[in-house]
Design a protein. Structure first.
Length: 107
């Protein structure tokens, strides 16, 4: 079950295996060969941030961009947002992000 809130930092809410989650989706902008840049707004820090990478016309990959890690290893962006670059192996420097392949497991 899912719902789309009317406004705010949460793009959608979903119930996964009986637990409710707030999600914020962020589209990755190309940042060079095999790299994508994500801007994560500060208002989304209490939601699960889904980084979405378009890899084809109807294909994409998703990465869990948790706020605490983005705060630690990302750089400042306007309005308190954090900027994170992720490469095709889902890494930022030495940090390995969690790629979301399906929602059968709770985030």
């Amino acid at each position: 079950m899912s719902e789309i809130p009317e406004s705010g930092p949460v793009h959608f809410r979903a119930t996964i295996k009986g637990a409710r989650y707030d999600f914020h989706a962020v589209l990755g902008a190309p940042a060079g060969e095999g790299r994508w840049r994500f801007i994560i707004p500060a208002a989304a820090q209490h939601a699960f941030v889904l980084g979405i990478i378009a890899v084809g016309p109807t294909q994409f990959r998703m990465v869990d961009l948790d706020w605490d890690t983005a705060q630690e290893i990302g750089s400042d962006a306007s309005g308190g947002a954090r900027q994170v670059e992720v490469d095709s192996s889902m890494r930022t420097g030495k940090h390995q992000w969690h790629e979301i392949e399906d929602f059968t497991v709770r985030p």
